[in-house]
Design a protein around this ligand. Structure first.
Ligand code: BEZ
Length: 392
């Protein structure tokens, strides 16, 4: 795939020898086909729903059209199952012939999507999955991300811990791409600041039998525990951490997914947990307040980071289609505009890196009541290192 260059993409060729699987050119004026490949069942189901809601809110705020074109949705539940990912992506790309594929949440599933869209050349917007390779070694002109790389959110946490004298940490996570890369980001920041990870603990995704590992943590007695969990599994981890008697004894930190979208379900056990993330409910800007109000009114739910990322995926597509006046066949024009877009996000304005990943502020947040309260900026304008990306 290393021969996959901007030039052959823009010429309309696919990377695979001889294959030209680009969707057939769509008639001007026809509806733009958007495929949503998201988890609608399983531990990440709520995340998928929030992303779709956010995307639809952005569309509604544009009067139901991007670049003057109506949108037709095609949906696939990816079940957060990497084994089914290429088949599911091909349902949208080959069968439904979508113009744009928006998805997904799970990094392992994302790797399957990337394989498909690198071959087909389909425009692809990632509204969550942090797989480092998506904007690293597997980056491509048609792949954009509106969320984060797994490396980004936990990277600034290391210095924060060391500033508080927390010199040893246990890292606990699911054993799959997002957990391992989140650990990598934390390790980079923590070791740079002089900290030591004394134990790395893993369990298979989406297993939530945490008891034995919590007993091990109690025996190790590190200065801090750092983790990557999200969705329903994160809620269970927080409850089990408190039930094991660790809350108040060993401070718990994480990439902010730990406490996003789950505070209603967790209650007191989450109080005081600090995390780093590119969003916080309590960002005190008019932009964020307006977004939160509109989302709550429309869906009768509080938005979270996933809703913001879905919303920003809509804003990015809007920017691309506006620049080409709705001509989805003008891919070169769309890509140029999406690369140059400055997204006026509820998280704060952000721009695209050369590898097509957000350059964004990472906030330090603390759970207070039902809110991830922003208590500081952990890192200004953090860019992913984009290791291995040939576009950089
Ligand atoms: C991931 O698999 O990339 C992921 C899933 C949920 C939250 C954050 C990242």
């Amino acid at each position: 795939m290393s021969q996959y260059t901007r030039r052959n993409f823009l010429k309309g060729g696919a990377a695979v020898a001889g294959a030209t699987l680009l969707p057939a050119a769509r008639a001007q004026g026809a509806r733009v086909k958007v495929g949503l490949m998201l988890p609608y069942t399983g531990t990440y189901a709520q995340l998928g729903v929030a992303i779709e809601n956010g995307f639809r809110l952005a569309l509604a705020e544009h009067g139901g059209k991007f670049g003057g074109r109506e949108i037709e949705f095609y949906k696939v539940d990816d079940e957060s199952d990497p084994g089914k990912a290429p088949e599911n992506a091909n349902k949208l790309v080959q069968r439904d012939k979508v113009d744009v594929l928006v998805g997904t949440v799970h990094s392992g599933v994302e790797m399957g999507i990337i394989k498909v869209v690198r071959e087909s050349g389909t425009l692809h917007i990632i509204p969550n999955a942090g797989a480092d390779a998506a904007t690293g070694g597997m980056c491509a002109p048609n792949i954009f991300r509106t969320s984060f790389s797994n490396w980004q959110p936990p990277y600034p946490l290391g210095k924060i811990l060391m500033d508080r004298g927390l010199k040893s940490a246990v890292f606990i996570t699911w054993k799959y791409g997002a957990g391992e890369e989140s650990l990598g980001g934390f390790r980079d920041g923590y070791s740079k600041a002089g900290g030591k990870i004394v134990k790395e603990l893993f369990l298979p995704f989406p297993n939530v039998e945490f008891q034995a590992l919590l007993t091990e943590i109690a025996a190790i007695k590190p200065d801090a525990v750092v983790c990557f969990f999200a969705g329903g599994g994160a809620a269970k981890f927080i409850r089990d951490y408190a039930a094991a008697g660790l809350k108040g004894k060993i401070p718990l930190f994480g990439a902010g997914f730990l406490t996003d979208g789950i505070l209603d379900a967790v209650g007191d056990a989450a109080q005081g947990i600090e995390t780093t993330l590119h969003y916080g409910d309590g960002i005190e800007t008019k932009r964020n307040k307006d977004f939160r109000l509109a989302y709550a009114k429309t869906f009768l739910l509080q938005p979270d980071v996933y809703a913001v990322q879905g919303y920003d995926a809509g804003l990015l597509l809007a920017a691309g289609l506006a620049a080409v006046k709705g001509d989805i066949n003008n891919k070169a024009g769309m890509i140029k505009a999406m690369e140059a877009a400055r997204i006026d996000s509820p998280r704060g304005p952000w721009t695209m890196s050369k590898a097509h990943n957000p350059i964004q502020d990472i906030y330090l947040r603390r759970v207070v009541g039902k809110e991830n309260k922003v208590i500081g900026v952990a890192h200004k304008a953090l860019a992913d290192p984009a290791r291995g990306c040939k576009m950089v």
